[in-house]
Design a protein around this ligand. Sequence first.
Ligand SMILES: NC(=O)c1ccc[n+]([C@@H]2O[C@H](COP(=O)([O-])OP(=O)(O)OC[C@H]3O[C@@H](n4cnc5c(N)ncnc54)[C@H](OP(=O)(O)O)[C@@H]3O)[C@@H](O)[C@H]2O)c1
Length: 306
Amino acid sequence: MSLVSMFKGKGPSGFGYGSTAEDVTEGLDLSGKTILLTGCNSGIGKETLRVLVKRGAHVIAAARTLDKAQAACDEVGGETTPVACELSEPTSVQACVAVVKALGHPLSAIICNAGIMALPKLHLQHGYELQFFTNHIGHFLLVTSLLDQLADDGRVVMVSSDAHKGAPKEGIQFDNLDCHRGYSPWANYGQSKLANHLFAKALAKRFEGTKKTANSLHPGVIHTNLARSMNPIARVALSIGAPLVLKSIPEGAATQTYLAVHPAVAGVRGKYFADCNESYTSAHGRDDAMAEKLRETSERIVAELT
Ligand SMILES: NC(=O)c1ccc[n+]([C@@H]2O[C@H](COP(=O)([O-])OP(=O)(O)OC[C@H]3O[C@@H](n4cnc5c(N)ncnc54)[C@H](OP(=O)(O)O)[C@@H]3O)[C@@H](O)[C@H]2O)c1
């Protein structure tokens, strides 16, 4: 438990800042449910894997390579299927989709957890800025390719971040996805996380009239490998301060686990959560037109590359 959690209360859901993934799944029997999770080998994804399996779920656990996915699965035991999914490579995402389809299980949830943050220099992948491409386009391709396999009451959970509030002033820079007009590690990370949220919003709209849901979330600030691109001094400061001021990894995994499996959020869609309760996005996060334009743009990008 982090120090801060001792001073933060619980919200209307009965959970809060200090709730862990184990807390939010206490008493739930997830046997018979199959959940696809990206980024299963590290940080809050690995904890999410551990807890879902502990509660009886079958987790299709995706990592950049099969070896990494296998190692994570071996560590947690239980019912898992490791799968390779390099999100920045559409052929790898398509291969992952083929594996999931071949397994044939309806998906109770897809948790889009994998991500990269604040790359110091601009990297392009297939002509697009790498954080946008990995965090958003990779997941867009994965999820849209598997919509037919989502259970009737299936849930899509997009791991966004409060960093979406630091996206460029105009929101998604549709005319600068290759950053020819400039790159900022944090603003571009924020843009990719805004895209995660807007994708959840667009999906939620598409799911209206069904029992399927899509939501996004901020997991909190947690010391994980995500900080690997930050400068070494900031990383040392983070590791010293983490137990005092940041969420622990079990606390960080709570909100995505809650959204993926808790009965209280059945039927809730198009919302942004933090600390296992509904929270607030930036104005861009409420922009339906931007969500729709992002959907069209993402479909065009995916069509170009696949
Ligand atoms: N930690 C925080 O404070 C914080 C705050 C807000 C939001 N988030 C979000 O939480 C999510 C999980 O982050 P974390 O903190 O647990 O970080 P982490 O420990 O670095 O885990 C990130 C995961 O994403 C995977 N990944 C990265 N690039 C990938 C790619 N191209 N293809 C497939 N998988 C890829 C990583 O695989 P490798 O290990 O192979 O690189 C790793 O499994 C991210 O979406 C992040 O944006 C975190």
